[in-house]
Design a protein around this ligand. Sequence first.
Ligand SMILES: Cc1cc2nc3c(=O)[nH]c(=O)nc-3n(C[C@H](O)[C@H](O)[C@H](O)COP(=O)(O)O)c2cc1C
Length: 402
Amino acid sequence: MLKGKTIALGVTGGIAVYKAADIVSRLKKLHANVEVIMTEGATEFVTPLTFQTMSGNVVHREMFSEITNYDVEHISLAQKADIILIAPATANTIGKIANGIADNLLTTVVMASTAKIIFAPAMNTKMYQNPIVKENINRLKSLGYSFIQPGAGRLACGDYGEGKMAEPVDIVEYIIDSLVEKDLSGRKIVVTAGPTIEPLDPVRYMTNHSSGKMGYSIAKEAVSRGAEVVLISGHTSITPPKEVELVKVKTTEDMLKAVAKHFDFCDVLIKSAAPVDYKPETVSPIKIKKKENEEDELIIKYVKNPDIAAYFGKQKKHQVMVGFAAETDDLDKYALEKLKKKNFDFIVANDVTKEGAGFDVDTNIVTIIDNKGIKTNYPMMNKREVARVIVDKVKYILDNKS
Ligand SMILES: Cc1cc2nc3c(=O)[nH]c(=O)nc-3n(C[C@H](O)[C@H](O)[C@H](O)COP(=O)(O)O)c2cc1C
């Protein structure tokens, strides 16, 4: 996903240095070239060997070291970086850069680079709230530097409050978003995600194991590429991307109505939700009481819910429609049947019994079958990578529509 990209990671002397190792590991998994620049302060916390081993590159530290090749190190690093990420970013380094000080390798690389520069600050709350630090951050923001907001919580020093470095997973997502081309601007994409629920009485309901992770990753990928995204979501515990229009729904019928509001005006409908297929014929207005007799049974009659995909498949005009098939057996057969029956442009099929491909995991192993029957198998990827494959395919179809 980041193949061919160079991320210069500036690591400064804060207690969150250990999290920077996780950032390197995540960037490497996405095939980025990572060049780590450590300040002297950072080397007090972790040895360069850690970052050297994880990045597969020599760690850059010294500005005045003996020249071993004929690149001037700070200039060549500044030029080859697609992004400079400073994580953790200390109050000291933020202050230096805000004031034009270039007295070590990292601050000099920043000064010499035209790449996008991103800070992930990490510090004690009192430091973070210090008006001098605030002013430095505001000055840098006004000059076009980016900041990934630290979180609040228990800090390493024992204090509670703002200043905890953003999580590596979110920092890496931020980098992916920063590097992606805005090739879907002007497009409206509706994504459904998560499970629906069908109530049985005021306290019980029927649902399924869908986590919504796949749909949320697709929404994130599409919005970061400039699309207007409507995310129609059943219950999940995931934080939606800020830039999407989020429509929360409960039942399958609610989901159908929500899609209907947007369908005529959208370019793409991606149906990654797992709507419940059957619902109780009647919903008890009061809690169904448990009977005391051991042999008692509770027999519930279920009736069919509307089939959202088939419904919009029939109404489809200009829209690109993408479906999902989560199966436990005969994957190809069911996926192909579903693709044809529901008039999808392509279907993303996965065998949920495979390790790394089921519900509520961060990875997926998918097979994509298009409406000409062409089948492509993909290896295990994280859900954001799968989202990129899907959105790339959607973009290709949109671009080649007559
Ligand atoms: C144990 C310890 C933890 C520290 N944690 C932080 C921190 O989280 N954030 C910060 O801004 N400074 C922190 N500092 C202070 C910095 O290390 C100090 O300001 C140093 O000059 C930073 O240099 P650098 O920005 O060149 O890495 C800490 C210092 C110590 C001794």
